[in-house]
Design a protein around this ligand. Structure first.
Ligand SMILES: [Zn+2]
Length: 530
């Protein structure tokens, strides 16, 4: 068993072994950040013998190699890495770190390894994890921990869902009410959607801009890009509670403590809403100045108020739009264009907010069980798309509903997608919606080891996928979990057969009996047996 996740696309074992108790790293100065982690891990793990020969790691630029790809030549005296830039060098170090078992705690006198030749490159350029911090909030340290894990697993993007009906999570000084009102809810629905159980504690959480900048900086050092999301015009009950003027009928509501698709959202009929939304994304684009992408949501927009709202109806008449779908598309286009034209960033929207009239530069994110044929046609016609079907990649689902084998094994499944349109799929994203994810332990339980399965699904070519081998490796990642102090689901849970408990509606959000037991334990922060 070669213990590597994601498994490299070409790996050959060669004769001999490596062992060393001193080392040096050779790399051009401008790429140095790429070897910082490796250097730290080596110096933590190895009790360095100054008299021993220095084992040499040399990182060599090669323009023929694609971005993120790398080649590793190992032999007894030296390991050479070829890549065309920092990202390739960095991912090579993540592979070496696993091969040399550098995450293991404690110091040793010698580092040993078999000798390999590795040639590796990602299956998709876009490999992303989405974290919802509106429904529940996990905090700076947890987000940094997740970024480190993503980075080790060669997942290069964190999509950060920072606004929804249940709370707005950025403190923008120019929008004081977003912190004062929109970041706070008075109670939270617990246990499941079906019963009427509530946690009556006030829940107020928010990141300061400084905290966000600190996280962005941390992510950059680990080659993880952040995509911030402010979902609109739907899922904006929290924003509208803070600024009722954005509501179709100027009504004052409370920030939601329950979950669903609500009608008390932004009005796309009022000019005030456009002004507000543009100013808000201005703040977002400035805060996330290095982000290539901005996500503006667009999903699950309830049109009930729009049908009756005089402003919405007036706007439709003015613009000669014959239905509220077109009004929604107009709103999203205005915001998307504002971002694309003023900040030179790309805009992503959930697929159910993308219509015939949607600006063709907008990237579509597919999330549903079954993709509507007209949306697949958009991909055939050239629309760039991110693939994140809930049936494969929604990690908030219990393992009993979504066993890990489905995350690992299913390729791109879109009926009637033309062969030459596959190139429009930029990559994959897995998502954690946090309605029922009340604390960091439950969060980790839901995503580990699923992130490992996702890592391999999005990095390794399907021809090199081997689920049995993968499970064996996952079961031997103890030192990785310990290093990060990560909670994870045990094998008997993550290999659960799907659908077994589907009919027990009240347990839909909690999964199997065993998962409920685990969740309860994690709630109390007691880690029970594996
Ligand atoms: Zn309206």
């Amino acid at each position: 068993m070669i213990k590597l996740i994601p498994f490299p696309n070409i790996i050959k074992e060669e004769k001999g072994t490596i062992n060393f108790s001193n080392y040096k790293i050779l790399i051009e100065k401008k790429y140095q950040n790429a070897v910082k982690n490796l250097n730290n891990e080596l110096s933590n793990r190895l009790k360095i013998d100054d008299n021993a020969n220095e084992y040499e790691f040399s990182f060599v630029f090669s323009k023929e190699i694609k971005e993120e790809a790398y080649i590793i030549y190992m032999d007894k005296e030296a390991t050479s890495v070829l890549a065309s830039g920092e990202k390739g060098f960095y991912y090579a170090t993540r592979t070496l770190s696993q091969l040399f078992n550098l995450k293991k705690k404690g110091q040793i006198n010698k580092i040993t390894s078999k000798i390999y030749y590795i040639e590796d490159k990602p299956r998709f350029a876009f490999r992303s994890f989405m974290l919802d911090e509106s429904r529940h909030f996990f905090g700076c340290e947890e987000v940094k921990k997740i970024i480190s894990v993503l980075s080790d697993l060669k997942i290069n993007t964190l999509h950060w869902h920072l606004s929804d009906d249940q709370g707005f999570r950025i403190d923008f000084p120019n929008f004081p009410k977003l912190k004062e009102i929109a970041s706070k809810r008075l109670k939270t629905k617990i246990n499941s959607q079906e019963n009427d159980d509530w946690d009556n504690n006030e829940y107020q959480r928010c990141y300061s801009c400084d905290q966000i900048l600190d996280i962005v900086k941390y992510a950059k050092e680990k080659y993880v890009e952040i995509i911030p999301e402010i979902d609109m015009p739907g899922h904006t009950s929290a924003i509208v509670s803070a600024y009722p003027i954005l509501h179709c009928f100027d009504k004052q509501y409370e920030v939601r403590g329950d979950f669903g698709v609500f009608k008390e959202i932004m009005c796309p009929g009022k000019d005030t809403t456009y002004d507000f939304a543009k100013k808000l994304v201005d703040e977002l684009c400035k805060l996330f100045s290095n982000s290539k992408y901005i996500h503006i949501g667009g999903d699950e927009v309830n049109h009930e108020n729009y049908e009756k709202c005089p402003n919405c109806q007036k706007k439709m008449k003015e613009l000669n739009l014959d239905n509220t779908i077109k009004l929604q598309a107009h709103f999203s286009n205005e915001i998307a264009k504002h971002i694309m034209d003023n900040y030179n960033k790309k805009v992503i929207m959930w697929h159910d907010g993308v219509f015939d009239d949607t600006d063709n530069r907008v990237i579509m994110q597919y999330w549903n069980y079954k993709m509507e044929l007209d949306k697949i046609d958009y991909i055939n016609q050239g629309r760039k798309t991110i693939y994140s079907p809930c049936s494969q990649f929604y990690f908030n689902d219990p393992y009993g509903e979504l066993p890990i084998v489905r995350t690992y094994n299913r390729g791109i499944h879109l009926t009637s997608l033309k062969r030459n349109a596959y190139k429009n799929i930029l990559g994959m994203e897995c998502c954690l919606w946090s309605e029922w994810v009340e604390n960091n332990n439950i969060l980790e339980f839901q995503i580990m080891p699923r992130l490992m399965a996702f890592s391999e699904a999005s990095w390794t070519n399907t021809i090199n996928h081997d689920f049995t081998n993968f499970v064996e490796i996952v079961e031997n990642m103890e030192e990785f979990y310990n290093y990060y102090n990560l909670v994870r689901a045990p094998k008997k849970i993550y290999l659960a057969k799907g659908n077994e408990y589907r009919n027990k509606i009240s347990k839909l959000y909690r999964g199997t009996e065993k998962e409920i037991e685990y969740n309860l334990a994690y709630k109390k922060k007691v880690i029970i047996d594996k």
